[in-house]
Every structure is written in structure tokens, then in C-alpha cells.
Design a binder for this molecule. Structure first.
Ligand SMILES: Cc1cc2nc3c(=O)[nH]c(=O)nc-3n(C[C@H](O)[C@H](O)[C@H](O)COP(=O)(O)OP(=O)(O)OC[C@H]3O[C@@H](n4cnc5c(N)ncnc54)[C@H](O)[C@@H]3O)c2cc1C
Length: 430
């Protein structure tokens, strides 16, 4: 079978692959983007039906295209986000080939570049960019055995309440997915327990601005690493219902029973860590700290923004926090489903190069891997907090395209100096 040659193969046609293509194109670097399914597939088929973007449309987008027919403060639906990304790919003329799965990438032995094997033939490429997403493989902690009789489902497979069997649901995870799904299930009349771990919960809006604006002006999207000790802290935000602050007291008021971190299971009994109050308190601290920083920013810069003292009123702890459930008989509580909103891990089994640490994590600096010629895109915290978000991927892609362009020039220089070997002339002493 013939082998197609190109300078760069980009693997993955999500926002990271599209942004990568735009910047490679701007450098005039020949490339192809290989996507195993459709452009922005994960937004179409790996998110629940009612999901809207977590950030308003003025913010969660690429710099070069606005969402049309939308108020800037609106939150786009997942289909609108996917359509937007597809339109963007078309606008920048991204050479995306859909329905092509990359099955392996290996370094050529003794010569430059990589052999990229796909479901549709082989490629030889000088450079490879892995843009297969920050959230690839659903993680379900091995707590409840499969034979428990419960339906166990990951948030990436959840679509809507009607999909789940009759009965109550335990949602595990208090990040954006967990809280939004718990709220939706409760609104559909389900009995819901929500297992709450450590989380940040910024105010949706404060003093007239969305939290994405505050994180921007306060430089927090640009943070290069999570604060120490907060590496596994998830962020609870929601654009649902026009965007509301995630407030665990309010979720409890609406009939959701809060519990601590899910720890262990035996004979139908689930046990929770006694950390619910601590997790809620830390979330409150994070919330109030952002209000403080926002106020200080307003004062220092003399901004004319309306004061909002009521944002600091948190209200009473709900009973589920003051008298927490530490053990739950799932059958007695009527729970038939455990929904794990517990995040994702990476799966780079196809990328067989020296770019991973002993735990299989990408070894890289700002996406430039330890294997010369291999780059990552869209990793969480790739260069900054914003890296896995739509606009963040765009900025990282610009950097990676620059790096590839620099390497191309080094190689051009090398190629232009490939002359036949000439011995050093003899030194003639006078
Ligand atoms: C529930 C949820 C809500 C989110 N909401 C927002 C939000 O509101 N705003 C925001 O900015 N970000 C949001 N994000 C974060 C982020 O924007 C998305 O995860 C986004 O999908 C990441 O884009 P990506 O291009 O890096 O990866 P992906 O969208 O995962 O794209 C990777 C692509 O690679 C393809 N692929 C994988 N393996 C192969 C292979 N071997 N060969 C060929 N193709 C392959 C996949 O099919 C996929 O299309 C959200 C994430 C989640 C999970």
C-alpha cells in the first residue's frame, strides 16, 4: 500500500486539532488532521443532551469567529458548540479527514520522522501532534463491584433522566458535570444523593461580570500550575438555566441529599468519608476569596461596578451537612443507579514513542514532548489553566505551530548544507 507523505499529522479533530490546523496553515506548513469520527465529535456524542457551555459565548470561542444569533452573555448548547467548531474548521480551511482512526505512531529507525498507521492507510510525517483531548477515557473508581445489581454509568455515557431505570440515583462527583446532572435528575423527580468532594465554586456573576471575566482580569486563566494542594480540586460551574452559581445549600434545599466522598462498599452498604462539611467550607472559602479579589481589583482600578453585598450571604448549613449520612443502604434508600461524574484519564496507547513518564503521562513542556517531533495539544494545564478550554487551546496551538516552524527551519538549514565531504585543507606554514 502506498504511503502518503506530509510534514505534520495532527491526530484529533476537536477544538485543539482545528486550532492547530489554523496556526500550521498560517505558517504555510503542509499538514493533515485525522479524526476518527466527526469534527468536534465529543461535543456531539459524549456529552449529555441538555449540556450548555460553561462559559458565555463572548468568551468560550476562538478569537477569529463569534457565535452568530446569540447574545454575548448566552451559553451555547453542546450542538451549537460543535456546529461552531465545524464552521470554524471550514473557515480556516482545515484539511480534516473524518472517519480515519490513527492506530499507531512510531519513530522511523535511523531517519527522521514517524510512520503513522491509520484505518485508511499509512502516512509518513516529520512531526506528529496528539490532539486527542484532555478527557479521553472515563474513570470509574473500583468501589462497587459489577455484580452489585446497580446500574453504574459514567457521566460521559449519561444522556437524560429517562435513560436511567426507575428509582433514586447517587451522583458521585461535585464538579460541573456532577452538579448539573444531579440538578437535572432532581428536577425530573428522582431521589438524588450527591457525593461531594473537594471543589472550587466561583460565583457565576459578581458585580456585573461573569466569573470568566473575573478569572481573566485577575490573571487566573493564565496560572501555569494549580495551586499547591489543589491539584485534584474540581471546579463546579454551570451555564445551565442561563447560568447560576453552584450552591450546595441550594441543591440541598431542592431535595438533593449531600454526602461526603464515596469511599467503600460492602453488601449493599456504601460508606462516605466524614469530609462533607470540610469540602463545603473549602468551596465557600474559594468562593469568598474570589469576591475579595474582585473587590480589591475594583478598588485598585477605580472601576464603576455595582456593589453586591448579598453575594456574601451564604445561609445555614443544610441538615445533610450538619448531620451527615456516613453509611447508606442503597436498596433501602431506593437507589438503582450510581452515576460516576469522576472525570477522565488519557489513553495514548496508539502513540508508541518516548514521550511518556513511568505512569504513562505525557512528558512535555508546554506541549513540546520529550520525543523530538512529537507534540501534545489540549492537555489540562498544558501551559496554563485555560489550556483545555476552547480559547486556551487556540493560544497553545499558536505556540506549538511556532515550535514546529522553528524545527522546520533548522532542518532546511541542515538540508541546504548537505554537501559532499571535503577534507580540511592542509595548513601551509610559511
Ligand atoms: C462535560 C464537559 C463540558 C465542557 N465544557 C466546556 C466549556 O463549556 N467550555 C470550554 O471551553 N471547554 C469545555 N470543556 C473542556 C474542553 O473544551 C472539551 O473537553 C473539548 O472537547 C476538548 O477539545 P479537544 O480538541 O482538546 O479534545 P476532544 O474534543 O476530545 O477532541 C479529540 C478528538 O480526537 C479524536 N480522536 C481520539 N483518538 C483518535 C485517534 N486515535 N485517531 C483519530 N482521532 C482520534 C476524537 O474522536 C475527538 O474528536 C468541557 C469538557 C467536558 C468533559
Amino acid at each position: 500500500m502506498s504511503v502518503e507523505e506530509t510534514e505534520v499529522v495532527v491526530v484529533g479533530g476537536g477544538q485543539a486539532g482545528i486550532a492547530m490546523s489554523e496556526h500550521l496553515g498560517a505558517h504555510g506548513i503542509p499538514h493533515v488532521v485525522l479524526e476518527r469520527r466527526r469534527v468536534a465529535e465529543r461535543w456531539r456524542s459524549e456529552r449529555w443532551d441538555s449540556l450548555v457551555a460553561n462559559g458565555p459565548v463572548w468568551h468560550d470561542r476562538f478569537p477569529g469567529l463569534e457565535f452568530t444569533d446569540r447574545d454575548p452573555e448566552d451559553f451555547a448548547s453542546k450542538e451549537e458548540v460543535a456546529d461552531y467548531l465545524a464552521a470554524y474548521a471550514e473557515k480556516v480551511g482545515a484539511p480534516i479527514r473524518c472517519g480515519v482512526e490513527v492506530t499507531s505512531v512510531r519513530k522511523h529507525v535511523g531517519r527522521r520522522g514517524f510512520r503513522v498507521r491509520t484505518s485508511d492507510g499509512d502516512f509518513d510525517a516529520r512531526y506528529v501532534v496528539a490532539a486527542t483531548g484532555p478527557f479521553q477515557k472515563p474513570v470509574i473508581p473500583p468501589i462497587i463491584p459489577a455484580e452489585s445489581g446497580l446500574l453504574q454509568i459514567h457521566s460521559s455515557a449519561y444522556r437524560n433522566p429517562a435513560q436511567l431505570p426507575e428509582g433514586g440515583v447517587l451522583v458521585v462527583g461535585s464538579g460541573s458535570s456532577g452538579v448539573q446532572i444531579a440538578e437535572e435528575l432532581r428536577a425530573a423527580g428522582r431521589g438524588v444523593h450527591l457525593s461531594v468532594g473537594p471543589h472550587d465554586r466561583p460565583p457565576r456573576r459578581y458585580r456585573g461580570h461573569d466569573f470568566v471575566w473575573w478569572l481573566g482580569v485577575l490573571g487566573k486563566w493564565e496560572a501555569s500550575a494549580p495551586p499547591q494542594g489543589a491539584e485534584h480540586v474540581t471546579i463546579a460551574v454551570s451555564g445551565a438555566h442561563g447560568g447560576r452559581t453552584v450552591d450546595f445549600r441550594n441543591l440541598a434545599e431542592r431535595g438533593i441529599t449531600l454526602v461526603g466522598r464515596t469511599e467503600s462498599y460492602s453488601s449493599g452498604i456504601l460508606r462516605f468519608a466524614p469530609d462533607l462539611r470540610e469540602n463545603v467550607d473549602r468551596g465557600d472559602e474559594n468562593y469568598l476569596a474570589l469576591l475579595d479579589e474582585a473587590d480589591a481589583y475594583v478598588d485598585r482600578n477605580g472601576l464603576d461596578l455595582p456593589e453586591e453585598p448579598q453575594a456574601r450571604v451564604l445561609g445555614e448549613y443544610p441538615e445533610s451537612v450538619t448531620d451527615p449520612v456516613l453509611e447508606l443502604d442503597l436498596a433501602a434508600a431506593g437507589i438503582t443507579t450510581v452515576l460516576w461524574a469522576t472525570g477522565f484519564t488519557a489513553d495514548y496507547g496508539w502513540l508508541q514513542v518516548d514521550a511518556f513518564d513511568e505512569d504513562g503521562r505525557p512528558r512535555h513542556q508546554r506541549g513540546v514532548s520529550s520525543e523530538p517531533g512529537v507534540y501534545f495539544m489540549g492537555l489540562p494545564w498544558q501551559s496554563r489553566r485555560g489550556s483545555s478550554f476552547i480559547w486556551g487551546a487556540w493560544h497553545d496551538a499558536r505556540y506549538i505551530a511556532d515550535q514546529i516552524s522553528i524545527q522546520c527551519r533548522y532542518m532546511e538549514h541542515n538540508d541546504s548544507h548537505q554537501r559532499p565531504f571535503r577534507p580540511t585543507p592542509e595548513v601551509i606554514t610559511p
